[in-house]
Design a protein around this ligand. Structure first.
Ligand code: AMP
Ligand code: MG
Length: 489
């Protein structure tokens, strides 16, 4: 069905049994104003709102104007939050439907902050402007970095206040995702202990995300492996760029392997594997270095749910699940090493590479250097054919660089090849915490989005150096050891 702005909404989720969701209309908001719109994303989805007045667009992206044929719904799910099981669900988001793009791909269109739902558990169902702009900036930065992620199509302000610690401006984000199916969605089914629903939903998910597995001998086992592979690849990307998700609860882990639910996430400046920014993560459960272990823990919850579908013999099912979880570790190590080799320009493999990489990371941690800039400067030093630091300043680093240059010398590729590989693996620009906060403060306090647009512009091409943006490569003057992030409520 052809709809507003070229939307071609399908309702495959709404066609699932009612246990999976609750039908819910978006709340009508007082004065919706469209303040951010992602034209390149709209273009790639075959959407065009030019024929609609700005008022109509604002009405659409606030949920005020629900297109005919759309069946807005809140998805049911559960989740382990910091290790504790809870029944959850979309408490402040609604799925409008799935847009079928001209390329034949299906994309969830979700309004976040669109009012209460049956899963709001006492919450107001609303979102504040700062966190919605933050999700827009972070998700678009991740996309430009080449990392699987949900996307942000639009932000509207609602003209209504939301009560948090302070009164804030309300906003709604339109989120695009290859789906919003979470590990927690499977856990919700586990809680209901209905094998038939589990079968229906697993089949739906395989058809939607892993259709090639449909005709395999054991499609559910292959599905589990496929989810593990995507999750490993995702976390290896996070490690590549220094990203800390901050709240990797099972309800915030996408089955499609996309980064989802940008709450207290942040990028690390100084290299320290124990970095954690989230104010609620007091034990450091989701600190930078713990992300692979937490992903594996979450995937163990998924494997538990899938057990009855893995094999009719319980013991055999357990063995298959354990094998898959063991594979996580091996696959992670392999992918991590391949990624780190690229970060230092290696195109061939030698046994000593792991040690070479670990020695660099160890030095970086000890000397509290910037994760992003150090890798970038290493490639520049290769081009200049000179060491990064003066020899009497740091012998350890000088000797590391000597080993590294010798190692590079054993590759047949020219140095330019190594540099190109490093430039494609090491961003020049990440959303530095202080720059994100600076842009958000200006937007939320004065309504001026100039800095948000400037930041988005810088983050669009994160691998291309640009002297006019050099202030976005600098560290905050007093470091960020006290920087704290908060959940996007
Ligand atoms: P999150 O921390 O954003 O992943 O959210 C965890 C759970 O809390 C999800 O079920 C959300 O839908 C729900 N939630 C978060 N904020 C609100 C809110 N303001 N009102 C209702 N539910 C919310
Ligand atoms: Mg969430």
């Amino acid at each position: 069905m052809k709809l507003i702005g070229g939307f071609n909404l399908q309702n495959s989720y709404a066609a699932l049994p009612k246990i999976f969701y609750s039908e819910q209309s978006p709340a009508i908001v007082r004065n919706p104003q469209l303040i951010l719109f992602n034209t390149p994303l709209a273009d790639s989805l075959g959407l065009d709102f030019n024929g609609l007045s700005i008022e109509k667009q604002a009405q659409f992206f606030s949920g005020h104007w629900v297109p005919e044929g759309a069946k807005p719904l809140a998805q049911a799910y559960a989740g382990h939050q910091f290790g504790h099981f809870n029944m959850l669900g979309d408490g402040r988001a609604l799925l409008l439907g799935e847009h079928l793009s001209p390329q034949g791909e299906l994309w969830d269109v979700q309004l976040k902050g669109s009012g209460p739902t049956p899963y709001s558990r006492g919450g107001d169902g609303r979102a504040a402007l700062g966190p919605m702009l933050r999700e827009y900036i972070m998700s678009e930065a991740m996309h430009a970095l080449g990392i699987p992620t949900t996307r942000s199509l639009a932000v509207v302000t609602t003209g209504e206040p939301v009560q948090r610690e302070k009164i804030l401006s309300g906003a709604i984000l339109t989120r695009i995702a290859s789906s919003h199916i979470r590990v927690g969605t499977f856990e919700y089914l586990h809680f209901h202990k209905d094998l038939e629903f589990l079968k229906i939903f697993t089949q739906y998910t395989i058809n939607r995300h892993y259709p090639d597995l449909k005709d395999r001998e054991n499609p559910v086992l292959d599905f589990l492996y496929a989810v593990i592979e995507r999750q490993v690849q995702l976390i290896v990307h996070w490690w590549r760029v220094g990203f800390i998700h901050g709240v990797m609860n099972t309800d915030n882990m996408s089955i499609a392997g996309e980064t989802i639910d940008y709450g207290p996430c942040a990028f690390m400046n100084t290299y320290d594997p124990s970095t954690v920014f989230s104010s609620i993560d007091r034990s450091g459960r989701y600190r930078f270095e713990n992300q692979p272990a937490m992903a594996q823990w979450n995937l163990a919850r998924l494997a538990e749910v899938l057990l009855p579908l893995l094999h009719s013999d319980q013991q055999k099912a357990l063995e298959l699940a354990e094998g898959a979880l063991y594979f996580f570790g091996e696959f992670f190590q392999k992918n991590w090493l391949a990624m780190m080799r690229k970060k230092i320009g290696l195109t061939t493999e030698e046994d000593q590479d792991r040690q070479l990489i670990q020695d660099l990371l160890h030095w970086m941690q000890k000397n509290k250097v910037d994760y992003t800039n150090t890798f970038r400067m290493l490639s520049v030093s290769l081009l200049k054919k000179e060491d990064l630091l003066n020899s009497d300043k740091d012998e350890e680093f000088v000797s590391w660089q000597k080993r590294w240059r010798e190692r590079l010398g054993r590759q047949s590729d020219a140095i330019e090849g190594a540099v190109a590989l490093m430039h494609a693996s090491n961003p020049a620009f990440i959303p530095r915490n202080h720059k994100v906060e600076e842009a958000l403060s200006e937007a939320t306090m004065t309504g001026d989005l100039t800095l948000v647009h400037r930041l988005l512009g810088v983050l669009k091409q994160p691998y291309s150096e640009s002297p006019s943006f050099s202030d976005y490569q600098m560290l905050p003057p007093f470091g960020d050891s006290h920087y704290k992030t908060f959940c996007g409520t």
